[in-house]
Design a protein around this ligand. Sequence first.
Ligand SMILES: [Zn+2]
Length: 115
Amino acid sequence: MHLGHGGRPCPANIALATQAEVADDVEEEILMEAWEPRDKRTLVIVDVSRIHQLMVSWCCCKGCPDYETQLFEHGLFPASTTRTSTAFTFSVLEYFHVDAVECKTSASNFSNKLR
Ligand SMILES: [Zn+2]
């Protein structure tokens, strides 16, 4: 998922990516918990349909918005503001809100339902 350039890769990020070290110690064979990002470049995105893990290419242009603002601009709500690794789509937040108000669904039960 490319952020900041209408779905196209950020030219500044491409230059940075070629210089960056890529960690190869990801243990793919382990059955991963859905909420744990696969690696530092992966963002866990919680949507109505399921919990996704997507590699994210942030915009790194000079004067670009911070990561959280970039997520907001793409309809995603970050779960934290420090080292964001999980984000919720606005639609899953709306769905949870209705579910919680109308059906008294707890966050824990809603989380289990998504899994
Ligand atoms: Zn950019």
